[in-house]
Design a protein around this ligand. Structure first.
Ligand SMILES: [Fe+2]
Length: 213
């Protein structure tokens, strides 16, 4: 038997969370297809509901937990920054190479969702467990790209968006990235390395390979 009051509460929570997601990631409004826009919001609602985070702003402004930590802001600054950079890249290439088959909506949805899996990898409750027993679940059990792809597919997003979540980072070296994912990959890379060059990354959080003392 369905629990009506529970269902009503969950729906209400989902509606509130959806409004919060739209406010925290306003670039979602730039997605032209209303169905895709709705699914992007649902994916973030699902990701938050499946974590201990109540807002995307609670996630720190880092590439991986405690790695490439920006000196100010939160994870929304990263997601929005990568999305805006990717839109600019896509628009410039489409203007100058109109023969390129860039799907602008997929670029925007991909930018918004590329790090959606950080709600898993950054979750303090999960990280505590992984630190205590790394040889049981792994550390982390699943990195944010794989979990992000899972969330995207569960929310009914097209595989083109799940692919961007799954392969925007190092995992993408194992396969052939789509055109839209290539744009997100370099926008993401640009975001981190411009901030690093501008001394905006906490020095202790810079990986050894990127240190130039
Ligand atoms: Fe990213």
């Amino acid at each position: 038997m369905r629990n009506e009051s529970h269902d009503a509460g969950t729906t209400l929570d989902a509606e509130k969370l959806a409004a919060l997601v739209m406010a925290e990631l306003p670039e979602i409004a730039e997605i032209a297809d209303p169905g895709l826009r709705e699914k992007v919001v649902s994916a973030w609602v699902l990701a938050l509901q499946s974590s201990s985070f109540k807002s995307i702003r609670e996630l720190p402004p880092a590439g991986n937990p405690n790695v490439m930590v920006v000196k100010r802001g939160d994870q929304t600054d990263h997601i929005r920054g990568v999305t805006r950079l990717a839109i600019k890249l896509a628009d410039d290439f489409m203007e100058n190479y109109p023969e390129l088959q860039i799907n602008r909506d997929i670029v925007i949805a991909g930018g918004i969702c590329h790090d959606i899996g950080k709600t898993w990898e950054f979750d303090p409750e999960r990280r505590r467990k992984w630190e205590l027993t790394p040889r049981i679940a792994g550390r982390p059990s699943v990195r944010h790209p794989a979990y992000g792809a899972h969330i995207c597919l569960m929310a009914g997003l097209p595989e083109e968006v799940a692919h961007i979540a799954a392969a925007h980072s190092g995992e993408g070296e194992l396969l052939l990235r789509s055109l839209e994912n290539t744009i997100i990959h370099y926008a993401d890379h640009t975001y981190w390395y411009v901030l690093l060059a501008g001394d905006m990354i906490v020095p202790e959080s810079v990986p050894a390979k990127d240190r130039r003392e």
